[in-house]
Design a protein around this ligand. Structure first.
Ligand code: ATP
Length: 274
């Protein structure tokens, strides 16, 4: 459970209560030269509750990132309805939207690209604390680094002095500092050495369990999805071709495309039986 809400925050959702509900989301892009319209996300619906984890899988270009950004109000949307923490995003004014924004934190694929190279870990935290003074008093910098299994000795390091795994943990710490109700992790381990991938995934899991945040994970790696998420939606050319509990979808996929994804996994133990 999320506890100790800062002033003005929406009430803490109970485990399983809806954090994000998306209905018929559409994202279209217009080609500037030809004027042609490309539908990157085509009538996608999803729901994720507090403490739950949902993965979006699909090959490159299937619309995963576009969906995740639009679904959380962080990217453009052509149509559809989004409810974040019980609030219809279209019904909110600018200041209400701004107040809701810290509730969603995104961890990207390239940790070094996400961090300001001129900022030490400590000054990066300080900047966030200045932006959100009430929300961020709950933990010290040292304890925050300990929460992501990093030594407080790293506080005065700059991004180039951190390994990929350490930098990703700093990004996760920055997200955690905001006490978000929803963490979006966009291929959070694909830029990391195999040796540290599992640790970072475990950390995201642990944060979900201990804070009650919901986790929306984007990945093309089905092994990662299976190890972290309870539910999955499979995207192909902007549409959802299959959705359900991970266990069910991996054991008995119903869509040909899901079977192809499973079969394409190198040395897959989950190769579908046809
Ligand atoms: N601003 C944009 N203008 C035009 N087309 C776009 C824009 N952003 C994304 N697209 C297109 O939308 C489609 C979906 O892209 P998206 O990045 O969401 O896919 P993805 O599944 O996340 O892929 P990857 O795994 O490679 O990141 C792609 O064909 C992409 O080229």
């Amino acid at each position: 459970m999320v506890t100790g809400t800062a002033a003005g925050r929406p009430p803490s959702p109970a485990p399983g209560d809806p954090v994000l509900v998306v209905d018929d989301l559409v994202v279209e892009h217009r080609n500037r030269t030809s004027g042609e319209i490309f539908t990157a996300v085509d009538r996608v619906s999803l729901r994720i509750g507090a403490g739950q984890s949902l993965a979006v899988v699909g090959e490159s270009g299937s619309g995963k990132t576009t969906l995740a950004m639009a679904a959380t109000g962080l990217g453009p949307r052509t149509g559809g309805r989004i409810e974040l923490l019980g609030r219809d995003l279209d019904a909110l004014g600018r200041s209400e939207l701004r107040a809701l924004r810290p509730e969603v934190q995104v961890v990207f694929q390239d940790p070094h690209g996400s961090l300001d190279p001129r900022q030490s870990v400590r000054s990066g935290f300080a900047e966030l604390r200045k932006l959100q003074p009430e929300r961020t008093t709950w933990i010290t910098d040292e304890a925050l680094l300990e929460r992501v299994r990093l030594s407080p000795a790293l506080l005065d390091r700059y991004p180039h002095q951190l390994s990929g795994g350490q930098a990703q943990r700093v990004c996760i710490a920055r997200a955690l500092l905001m006490r978000p109700r929803l963490i979006v992790a966009d291929e959070p381990t694909s830029g990391l050495d195999v040796s540290v991938q599992a640790d970072v995934l475990r950390l995201l899991q642990e944060i979900r369990e201990t804070t009650g945040a919901a986790l929306l994970m984007i990945s093309h790696d089905l092994a990662v999805v299976r190890s972290v998420c309870e539910a999955v939606i499979v995207m192909f050319r902007g549409q959802v071709v299959e959705a359900g509990a991970c266990e069910q979808v991996f054991r008995a996929p119903t869509a040909d495309y899901t079977r192809e994804l499973l079969d394409a996994m190198p040395g897959s133990r989950w190769r579908s039986r046809r």
